[in-house]
Design a protein around this ligand. Structure first.
Ligand SMILES: Nc1nc2c(c(=O)[nH]1)N[C@H]1C(S)=C(S)[C@@H](COP(=O)(O)OP(=O)(O)OC[C@H]3O[C@@H](n4cnc5c(=O)[nH]c(N)nc54)[C@H](O)[C@@H]3O)O[C@H]1N2
Ligand SMILES: Nc1nc2c(c(=O)[nH]1)N[C@H]1C(S)=C(S)[C@@H](COP(=O)(O)OP(=O)(O)OC[C@H]3O[C@@H](n4cnc5c(=O)[nH]c(N)nc54)[C@H](O)[C@@H]3O)O[C@H]1N2
Ligand SMILES: [Mo]
Length: 736
């Protein structure tokens, strides 16, 4: 739409989507009058189903027009973190950045330039990190992170077991299930694909039994579950191993399936039965670890093994922990033991739930070039072993440690300058107080943002970026699909905002890289659609796709991951070295590390209930994703009204501490201390505290975080498979 049309006074309806990292991807109709969005409506399709927007997109207008939106480039004039800035021109901002890039390169070399990002924007083209990466590569290179803070444990697990990340079914397949197990999964809150809860509720209405296994009685359990099995955090693998024990002892497992499609079950069996280590993994053994009664474990094992087909839906939350990948690996082993892989109504497990369609517009950005700093090194998507040993990169949850310690601490570079795009890492990675110390020490820090978030407060220069409503792009649905979406520009950029791609282009011009971006926005978008084999095949009419903002893929039947591998294994081997499902992974064995066992195992870890630290910090802390925000953004009034930011605490833990519902409390450990309101509730088990992630870091003079940012308490550690261990945390609580 041109700006001329928009000023005509009548209301236009722009069909579009947002690009949040929110668990869904919802078609929206933005009502635009006189160049302003005046109303947001959701999908109006009747067929095949409505992709209904959740509370967050419905509040989108308040995000776009938030009074705190950054509109001009800023230069810091106060201390780092203090938040004092003054407006400068784009020319001054970009000249300063070019000058600093050159100074750091000349003084320390390219590896001292660090690029950090986040999931703030998931459009295909205006994805800042890619454009900046190309720019810095042309400039001689940079250092960056590896690993996905969300799901690295799950990714490692599925790559070990299946050799593929596309492990999900399209959601209408729930109707073919007889039993659905929500394991560490709360889709009514975290969405997991726009149409997921709709199809779960249809299944429930059709009589499918639903069980939730979670330390919290969460919204999805309250709405959908027939049974809630509370469990201690970090112990799910023990419960799954003992379910395998029951199945083996009672002959309930599908030996034929295991023989035909898997390798290494015998080794897992030896571990389960105690032949390997002398410990029989009985339900009583698991009860002592998990807190789940042995009889409940036995019942669930029998029910899951004999109700066919059944969908074991394990998500990533429990995998965001110290031995996270073992949980997904063990879940996948149970789906193999019950023959539920590649079959309608079943599920392969593995935590990711992505279906192999509707996924094509990743946040890819303009095609980059190889980073000279990494030339000759291993590629990121290498073998399992390489995922663990990327010598030139820093694990995502260790970037602040790397800034503080540099080469002396074993990291690949001494970082002097950093550029952060579409992320809020100080707030969102483990150990925010350490992050603040690290950012204080940088010589120069650039942040490209829509808001002055806690990370941006440490910047020397802040660049104001457009929202998705202010540019055209393509987006991908979160994992369930199957459809493709178009972001249509609804309004002109606010103030002097530019997209990350535009910013990179302007810097490229100043640096004299004349061939940096050969195509226009429109040419790129068309090329992305037409040249992608999948969308090129599907989307024959680009203009129609664009006008409608969505292309729905018609399915003859629900998509089932690994259907071909199961139905015709001779022609379709699994993408593992053996061509089979690897319950035993030789690649994992080659790593030769007991914390990375070749078969899934339960291993006790630091900061679990066996850690002596429990004397001092007796409560386990969980930090799931907030219902009313996307991580740390969408801090808008309407959404704040929905749910106050509170710590969940069971009466058993509250009463001896003199804590009543609504009291102000402190939650603390050796890494930090925060103040927050208590919600005394039996919806969380005793011994566990829950604080949703994403509240803004706001320390007072004593260093007590008044914002309730849970990452002042979390650890900047990761598992052997690369999971950021954000759910492996011990704390103490007191009345404030
Ligand atoms: N509303 C909203 N939705 C979102 C997002 C958001 O910010 N807001 N972010 C999106 C993103 S980027 C991601 S990666 C996904 C993440 O979604 P998930 O990977 O599902 O992660 P969590 O939100 O951490 O929730 C996991 C669930 O696991 C439970 N849990 C935690 N530890 C354990 C454990 O040890 N055992 C068991 N059994 N359960 C446990 C928690 O109580 C919670 O109910 O969500 C997406 N959806
Ligand atoms: N304790 C705890 N911490 C967690 C998690 C947890 O479960 N527990 N979950 C983790 C997970 S799964 C994730 S994915 C991360 C998310 O971590 P981040 O991605 O760092 O978090 P966001 O709050 O989404 O930050 C995105 C920022 O991008 C900005 N933004 C939006 N669009 C654009 C754009 O086009 N350009 C630019 N330059 N900026 C833009 C937004 O304003 C916002 O400030 O958090 C992790 N942190
Ligand atoms: Mo995530």
């Amino acid at each position: 739409m041109s700006s001329e049309e928009m000023t005509s006074g009548e209301t236009k309806i722009v069909r579009t989507t947002t690009a949040f990292d929110c668990g869904g991807r919802c078609p929206l109709r933005l009502h635009v009058k006189d160049g302003r969005i005046i109303r947001v409506e959701g999908d109006d399709a009747q067929e095949p189903e409505q992709l209904r927007a959740c509370l967050r997109c419905r509040a989108y207008r308040q995000e776009v027009y938030h009074p705190d939106r950054l509109k001009y480039p800023l230069k810091r004039i106060g201390a780092k973190g203090e938040g004092k800035f003054e407006r400068i021109s784009w020319d001054e901002a970009l000249e300063t950045i070019v000058g600093e890039l050159k100074r750091v390169k000349d003084t320390y070399g390219n590896p001292s330039i660090f690029l950090m990002g986040g999931g703030g924007y998931l459009g295909a083209l205006h994805s800042g990190i890619r454009a900046a990466a190309k720019l810095l590569s042309m400039f001689g290179g940079y250092t960056t992170s590896y690993g996905n803070v969300s799901s690295e444990g799950s990714v490692w697990a599925v790559m070990a077991q299946y050799g593929s990340v596309m492990v999900g079914h399209s959601r209408e397949d729930f109707l073919n299930s007889k039993l659905i197990i929500m394991w560490g999964w709360d889709p009514a809150r975290m969405i997991s694909g726009t149409n997921t809860t709709y199809h779960l509720i249809r299944a429930k209405e059709a009589g499918v039994r639903i069980i939730s296994i979670d330390p919290r009685y969460h919204d999805s359990a309250a709405i959908m579950a027939d049974q809630w099995i509370p469990i201690r955090p970090g112990t799910d693998t023990a419960m799954m191993v003992s379910m395998a024990y029951v199945m083996i002892k009672e002959g309930l497992h599908d030996q034929e399936f295991l023989d035909k499609y898997t390798v290494g079950f015998d080794k897992f069996r030896d571990y389960v039965l105690g032949i390997e280590d002398g410990v029989e993994k009985t339900p009583a053994w698991a009860e002592a670890i998990t807190g789940v009664p042995a009889s409940t474990i036995e019942q669930l094992a029998r029910e899951y093994a004999t109700t066919k087909p059944a969908a074991l839906m394990d998500c990533q939350g429990p995998a965001r922990s110290a031995m996270g990948e073992q949980y997904n690996r063990c879940a996948m082993t149970l789906t193999a033991m019950t023959g539920n892989i590649g079959r309608h109504g079943g599920n392969a497990a593995g935590g990711l739930m992505g279906i192999p369609i509707g996924h094509m517009f990743r946040s890819s950005g303009i095609p980059g070039i190889r980073n000279p700093v990494e030339a000759g090194g291993p590629s990121v998507r290498g073998t399992l072993d390489l995922r663990l040993r990327l010598v030139q990169r820093v694990h995502i949850n260790k970037i602040f440690d790397a800034i503080l310690e540099g080469k002396a601490g074993g990291y690949p570079a001494d970082i002097k300058l950093a550029w952060c795009i579409a992320g809020n890492p100080l707030n969102q990675l483990g150990n925010s107080n350490k992050a603040a110390r690290a950012l204080e020490g940088l010589e120069f820090f650039i942040v490209s943002e829509l808001f002055m978030n806690p990370t941006a407060r440490f910047a020397d220069i802040v660049l104001p970026v457009t929202s998705a409503a202010e540019r055209n792009d393509l987006t991908r649905p979160w994992p369930s699909g199957p459809y493709y979406t178009f972001v249509n520009k609804a309004i002109e950029p606010l103030g002097e905002c530019k997209s990350d791609l535009e910013i990179a282009c302007e810097l490229a011009e100043k640096l004299g890289f004349s061939d940096f971006n050969p195509l226009s926005e429109e040419e790129w978008l068309k090329a992305f659609v037409e040249q992608n084999p999948e969308t090129g095949e599907q989307i024959k009419d680009y203009d129609k796709f664009r006008r409608e903002g969505i292309h729905r893929v018609k399915l003859a039947e629900p998509i089932v991951a690994f259907k071909e591998e199961i139905e015709s294994p001779e022609n379709h081997p699994f993408a593992t070295p053996s061509g089979k499902i690897e319950i035993f992974s030789q690649r994992a064995a080659d790593i030769d590390n007991p914390l990375c066992p070749p078969i899934p195992k339960y291993v006790s870890t630091w900061e679990d209930r066996n850690d002596p630290l429990i004397e001092k910090y007796p409560l386990q802390l969980l930090s799931p994703h907030p219902k009313n925000r996307v991580h740390s953004h969408l801090n808008v009034a309407w959404l704040r009204e929905i749910e106050p930011h509170r710590a969940w605490i069971n009466p058993v833990d509250a009463e001896p501490r003199g804590i009543k519902d609504g009291d102000e409390i402190y939650v603390f450990n050796d890494r930090g201390k925060l103040a927050i309101t208590a919600w005394v509730t039996e919806r969380i088990i005793p011994g566990v505290i829950c604080i949703f992630e994403g509240a803004w870091y706001n320390p007072d003079k004593e260093g007590i975080d008044r914002g309730g940012c849970v990452n002042v308490l979390t650890n900047d550690a990761y598992s052997e498979g690369g999971a950021s261990a954000l759910n492996t945390v011990l704390v103490q609580v007191s009345k404030a």
